[in-house]
Design a binder for this molecule. Sequence first.
Ligand code: SF4
Length: 327
Amino acid sequence: KDWASDQEVRWCPGCGDYAVLKAVQRTMPDLGLAREKTVFVSGIGCSSRFPYYMETYGFHTIHGRAPAVATGVKLANPELDVWIITGDGDALSIGGNHTMHVLRRNLDCQILLFNNEIYGLTKGQYSPTSRIGTRSPSTPFGSVDRPARPCAFALGSGARFVARGIDVHKNLPDVLKAAHAHKGAAFVEIFQNCVVYNDDVFAPFTAKEFAADRQLWLKHGEKMVFAGGTKGIALDTELLTLKVVAGDDPAVLTHNAQNRAIAHMLVEMPGEGFPVALGVIYDDPAPTFESAVVEQNAAAAAGKTPDLQKLVSKGQTWQVEKEPRAE
Ligand code: SF4
């Protein structure tokens, strides 16, 4: 079945959003999903037009609030496969608060953050991920504030799956599949080129001629990650830094909680001298938010916990036995 809707796609010619849309549409059949059980929820921004172009259920919501709506959708029907589509402004500025909570709650969903380091829809103002010195209509002399790093934000918010992809890269479908395979909130930052307001901002590592040296693709498998080709990463335990190593036997790390620190290092590594970490950077599943809610509701229905409905309708408050506070 074709996953593309009959809606006219309305992005600027050459926008990276087209490539991401194609990658998602191509990936869906491989995941064996049903279109009527799939929902795309977006906020506001260029990328947030995405739900119109999928032959699935969709909800183009309000600025920064896609995580809240997606949470409601998933709680109402945990059988649904929920995808959140957002951008750097939508997810990290007005929606920063909501992005943080959907991650820490670990709602089972895929969050695709299209990062183009600019507000495209509103004509090119600088965004939370714009680099220092970015000239834009709202920063005519160059921006002075330090940019947010989406994957570092996600890890800091408690995300259990963090990955990165590039809009036009052939590996993007594999990254999407890994995100979908993860049970819980799967956060994927996609470097997306805005040809109109921030063209080629990622070219220093996405351009084909630089790919071999400046991209570190991390493979997903039983073992956490290792670099493709002849590169690997190693942890210098004395200096507590990562370094790129040559050879066919790169460091192999197991996906687990200990590697959270390494994942942090990977996403914080500056571009100079260290390649940009791409692919699955961290994957350590944990119980999901909706499963806990469903379990609690089932217990309440079985009379094992106070009747919430009665408490609410009678205006009573839930009497919680508090532990004495340790001095
Ligand atoms: Fe794409 Fe930029 Fe045009 Fe928005 S403004 S549709 S991000 S090229």
